[in-house]
Design a protein around this ligand. Structure first.
Ligand SMILES: Nc1ncnc2c1ncn2[C@@H]1O[C@H](COP(=O)(O)OP(=O)(O)O)[C@@H](O)[C@H]1O
Ligand SMILES: [Mg+2]
Length: 315
């Protein structure tokens, strides 16, 4: 079900496809958040030579989706300041592992239907080619202070091994992004694993590309702590550096270590009782607002009275 709605002020939004990936608390990423805030503020101020299509590029699991999803959720919490309408789409979740058949068809139809004030649903649903639909969507989106987020665009780009690596396979998205780079009163955010050569002509002006780097050591340590992992400062730092601050690896490892400790620990490390440690984990999770881990925590809380002690080490 879509939460798109018509608020009394005419504002519409539908970012549900992205929101489900937003971490309750975004750890680190201060510079990138500032960049997003600044890009949005410039759009509101109508500044020339500002980002119209802002792309974050990074490896899978580095935290692209988390960043834009959390930023969008923050705007939503503020009732979308300066925004006419907001729409988000995730191409990554479009299919299974084999994404070779991924296309923009459904996205173009849904987005046109969402944005088009003339309610030209017939055009959206018609057999008109993706290129025309992409062009039209660019016009409709670009004429107001809209926010459009395209998450996980890589299935629509040529593979790194192809003769034209990274180029958009999809003419609809190519027309949309090129159109928005040329005219957009609002902001379009893109996340992808691959650089977007289609926007090269605008790279230095309206379509900058930002490489999203690893989490900082401090942010990585904080992430582990929110996952309930316990250890010394040196151990945390070593683990973060071992995985080069890769957010997804830290998340998985952190969850694993947390569970390992919960179910097998007996030796003080620093350890008083499972219940006490669990209470500490809950406090950390609540403090850092990493809500998705709460379910795991509750499972552990339910299980711990019956857990049998064993040895525990961070590794
Ligand atoms: N800054 C962050 N704060 C908290 N959790 C994060 C952060 N960055 C990434 N994560 C977690 O790491 C995992 C991978 O992040 P994700 O945003 O999906 O990466 P990407 O979109 O680059 O593939 C997710 O489980 C996410 O919750
Ligand atoms: Mg992603």
């Amino acid at each position: 079900m879509s939460p798109a709605s018509n608020a009394p002020n005419g504002l519409r939004w539908d970012i549900s496809r992205l929101l489900k990936y937003a971490p309750a608390d975004l750890i680190g990423r201060e510079a990138e958040t500032q960049l997003l805030d600044a890009a949005w503020a410039k759009a509101q101020g109508g500044e020339p030579n500002r980002p119209r299509v802002l792309t974050f590029v990074a490896l899978g699991g580095e935290g692209k989706t988390s960043l834009v999803a959390h930023w969008a959720a923050t705007l939503a919490a503020q009732d979308w300041p300066g925004c006419a309408a907001a729409f988000a789409w995730s191409f990554y979740s479009q299919g299974t592992r084999d994404q070779s058949a991924a296309s923009s068809d459904i996205f173009l139809k849904e987005a046109l239907t969402f944005f088009d004030d003339d309610a030209d649903k017939a055009f959206a649903a018609s057999n008109v080619g993706a290129f025309e639909k992409g062009q039209r969507l660019a016009r409709v989106v670009g004429e107001r202070k809209n926010l459009l987020i395209l998450d996980g665009l890589e299935p629509l780009q040529y593979a790194p091994t192809s003769p034209t690596p990274g180029e958009l396979r999809d003419q609809g998205i190519a027309a949309l992004l090129k159109g928005l780079a040329q005219h957009n009163r609002g902001l379009c955010l893109v996340t992808t694993r691959r650089t977007l050569p289609d926007l090269n002509a605008f790279r230095q002006t309206t379509a900058p590309e930002v490489v999203l780097h690893r989490l900082s050591r401090a942010a990585g340590v904080c992430l582990l702590k929110t996952l309930g992992v316990r250890g010394t400062a040196q151990e945390f730092e070593r683990l973060v550096e071992d995985v080069k601050g890769h957010a997804l690896t830290l998340t998985l490892l952190g969850g694993f270590l947390h569970r390992a400790r919960l179910f097998h620990a007996a030796t003080p490390y620093p350890w008083t009782s499972p219940q006490a440690d669990l209470a500490a984990a809950r406090k950390l999770i609540e403090q850092c607002g990493y809500g998705r881990r709460k379910e795991e925590l509750e499972d552990a809380e339910a299980a711990i009275p019956f857990g049998s002690p064993g040895d525990f080490a961070l590794y």
